[in-house]
Design a protein around this ligand. Structure first.
Ligand SMILES: [Mg+2]
Length: 253
């Protein structure tokens, strides 16, 4: 019965369950939902599975990668990599008492403002991995004084988020900010944008990967889920040949 429950929850968790069953020797050969040790095992193993192992490239893969251009991955900040709120603003999306990952103090219009920034789960690992595959570029519709401070924190002296574009680089259209990717690079075959707002990339939908807006869910794995796709996309001659087949997903977010 337990196995059936896992099967309907997630195919991935099926493996976890079996692993847990065979490893839980302190209490029983089978996982018991009323057993604390079993639950601890379950949680630990579940955590381990969200890692993404980077395997060495085969000679064929290496040759293919050398034959295509190195791609650029454009990253949005707010609700894609982080979520923040500032002094005096109540956000019901952030659970009261949830500590921020870091606090930024910036001066806007001569007023000091504190931003409480929450990092999307696995963002550090995500950046560490994709920085090995892509040239990373930050493109946010936020003000530079805030966006640069967030990017500095995410970069964490790794020097992987060097190129940055801010609100002043966006195009304002009908009250919303559009990110023109040709500002970043003139060859659209080699540029990908990851953004929670489809309106931001409406000029280049064939270059976009949609991602669900993130506010506070600690179990979110959206960034990890994208790693296999981003791993594969770097081998394409033109990212649009793949991403243009994905357009129906943009309406989901
Ligand atoms: Mg955003």
């Amino acid at each position: 019965m337990h196995l059936l429950f896992v099967l309907v929850t997630s195919p991935c968790l099926t493996v976890l369950y079996i692993l847990c069953c065979v490893s839980c020797s302190w209490c029983s050969a089978l996982l018991r939902p009323d057993c604390l040790i079993c639950l601890v095992h379950f949680q630990i193993i579940q955590y381990q599975t969200v890692r993404y192992d980077i395997l060495p490239l085969s000679p064929i893969s290496r040759n293919r990668l050398n034959a295509v251009k190195r791609k650029i991955l454009v990253l949005d900040l707010d609700e894609t990599l982080i979520h923040s709120h500032h002094d005096g603003v109540l956000r019901p999306t952030v659970r009261p008492g949830t500590p921020p990952d870091f606090i930024l103090k910036v001066v806007i219009d001569k007023h000091p403002v504190r931003f409480f920034v929450h990092k999307r789960p696995h963002v550090d690992f995500f950046l560490e991995v994709v920085s090995q595959w892509y040239e990373l570029v930050v493109f946010t519709a936020s003000m530079e004084i805030y966006g640069s401070a967030v990017a500095d924190k995410l970069d964490n002296n790794r020097n992987i988020l060097k190129r940055r574009y801010y609100r002043q680089h966006c195009t304002l259209d009908l009250g919303s900010y559009i990110k023109d990717l040709s500002v970043v690079h003139d060859d659209l075959s080699s540029i990908v944008i990851l953004d929670n707002s489809p309106g931001a990339y409406r000029s280049h939908p064939d270059n976009a990967i949609p991602i669900k807006s993130w506010f506070s869910d600690p179990s979110d794995t959206a960034l990890l889920n994208l790693l296999p796709m981003l791993d594969a996309l770097r081998f394409t001659a033109d990212v649009r040949s793949v991403l243009s087949r994905n357009l129906h997903q943009h309406r989901l977010w």
